[in-house]
Write a protein that binds this ligand. Structure first.
Ligand code: FES
Length: 138
């Protein structure tokens, strides 16, 4: 008795042929499913210039910019230091991993190092002082 027993003889023949170097393509029965990954268009206004990025779902806006060799202010990359603030002009982001308070987020501010777009959006970078004032006086 062989170690592998296949109920369908045609599959067995195909496998044997391939095992001996046949160039015949084995017929595949599996279904390949490719999940489409959503990408969002993000406009970033910084230092008087507008940058357009295509940001895949789950990637932060800051990392998408850095991947394109676009330098935006940042430091910790953890949503803690507040050196990458921006005002959300349109669209939505998920920045729940950062330390910005809910009050600050409700006023439309976000931290680009933790902000992952959840729609096409536009942001304008702002000063660290601006977001710290809101954060500390909320
Ligand atoms: S780089 Fe520190 S909060 Fe974004």
């Amino acid at each position: 008795m062989s170690a592998v027993s296949l109920a369908n003889p045609s599959i067995s023949r195909s496998c044997r042929a391939n095992a001996f170097g046949s160039r015949r393509m084995a017929r595949t029965t599996g279904v390949r499913v490719m999940a489409a990954r959503t990408t969002y268009k993000v406009e970033v206004e910084h230092a008087g210039k507008t940058i357009e990025l295509m940001v895949p779902e789950g990637q932060t806006i800051l990392n998408a910019a850095l991947d394109k060799k676009i330098q935006l202010p940042h430091d910790c990359n953890l949503g803690v230091c507040c050196k990458c603030p921006a005002k959300l002009i349109s669209g939505t982001v998920d920045a729940s991993a950062g330390m910005a308070s809910d009050d600050v987020a409700e006023k439309g501010y976000t931290l680009l190092c933790v902000a992952t777009p959840t729609s096409d959006c536009k942001v304008v970078t702002c000063s660290e002082d601006e977001i710290l004032d809101l954060q500390l006086n909320a």
